[in-house]
Write a protein that binds this ligand. Structure first.
Ligand SMILES: [Zn+2]
Ligand SMILES: [Zn+2]
Length: 348
């Protein structure tokens, strides 16, 4: 395929521009994918606002759906064919280190957003483009769900990884702090794993949505004593799992108090600004508490996440706030709603 590959590039703080680059030939061991939709994650929003500093020009975007339009010579007659609806991910881990080779590529120490991906003129996760080129290890099929929803397979894969890191069991109690998209997804997935969920947020609308999406209980800490409520709902036990989805250090410090004995806390979000917190090691010892970090997702998470959406087990529709055409990308970034998603239709 010859032609042009339009890209939406970050060219400065607060600025994205559409550029036309030549489309390179498809490598024999890769596929060419025409993109459909890309969601603007908090990561891209932080690059746009300058909170996350990276040299420009840069191409962001990592929550993307598309269609296979060309299959490289070596891949023909194998797993993928032209017309397959797919998402693309797990591009930034190195693929060769100990962690990548033991199925833990989500924690690759060489993970780099300065990597220049195939068919990309600039560094970055690179999905905000008309065409992507990727090998089968980075391409995941989906079915029976719209391309708009499918671009959220990536965030679901990250949350799936997070929820599984505490090994929930039927009848467990899960507290989710923050009712943005990531909190809502934690609640939905913890429910699927058999937990009674308690979602904590100060935004009444978000709490209402959490209830609609199946949360067992919701708590507004600006109006009620959250710790007392958690103890009430768990009949004095406290939570088996606490997932903190907020970027606030003080909230992470506070999250420990919701845990019961043998409870596990996941720090899911990056913390901005980066700040230390106080943890009482004696209490961690005595209550046998575990504090766990979770970031990103791996190939297996992507495959399972795409099945969850393909079979309607997870509802992501409520998280899509605005849909913008590529030419309005600047506006899509300027109005990006923080805890939910604007998505861009990548037709140029
Ligand atoms: Zn993301
Ligand atoms: Zn690696």
């Amino acid at each position: 395929m010859n032609g042009t590959n339009h890209v939406i590039a970050f060219t400065d703080v607060g600025k994205v521009e559409i550029e036309a680059h030549p489309l390179c030939k498809c490598d024999p061991d890769k596929m060419l994918i025409k993109t459909d939709y890309c969601a603007l994650c908090t990561y891209e929003q932080r690059v746009f606002s300058g909170v996350h500093k990276t040299p420009f020009p840069y191409i962001g975007g990592h929550e993307v759906s598309g269609t296979v339009v060309e299959v490289g010579e070596e891949l023909q007659g194998k797993d993928f064919k032209v017309g397959d609806k797919v998402v693309v991910g797990v591009n930034l881990p190195c693929g060769t280190c100990y962690y990548c080779r033991t199925g833990q590529s989500q924690s690759c120490p060489n993970f780099s957003d300065r990597k220049i991906l195939p068919a990309s003129p600039y560094p970055g996760s690179g999905a905000l483009k008309e065409y992507l080129m990727a090998g089968p290890q980075n391409v995941f099929r989906y079915y029976d769900v719209t391309p708009k929803e499918a671009c959220l397979i990536e965030p679901v894969s990250c949350v799936l990884h997070s929820v599984e890191s505490t090994d929930p069991q039927f009848g467990d109690y899960a507290v989710i702090i923050g009712a943005g998209m990531m909190g809502q997804l934690h609640s939905q997935l913890a429910r699927l794993k058999g937990c009674a969920t308690i979602v904590i947020d100060m935004n009444v609308e978000r709490l209402k949505l959490a209830k609609q999406l199946g949360a067992t209980y919701v708590i507004d800490p600006s109006r009620e004593d959250a710790q007392a409520k958690v103890l009430e709902y768990t009949h004095g036990l406290g939570a088996d799992h606490v997932y903190d989805t907020t970027p606030i250090a003080e909230v992470a410090e506070d999250a420990i108090k919701y845990l019961g004995f043998c409870g596990k806390l996941v720090i899911y979000s990056g913390i901005y600004p980066d700040k230390k917190i106080a943890v009482d090691p004696h209490m961690v010892h005595k209550k046998a508490i575990q504090i766990i970090g979770s970031a990103n997702s791996n190939q297996r998470d992507f495959i399972r996440s795409s099945k969850l959406l393909s079979h309607g087990l997870i509802d992501v529709k409520p998280f899509i706030q605005g849909v913008y055409e590529a030419r309005d990308a600047q506006k899509a970034f300027e109005t990006a709603p923080g805890r939910f998603r604007n998505i861009i239709h990548l037709h140029f």
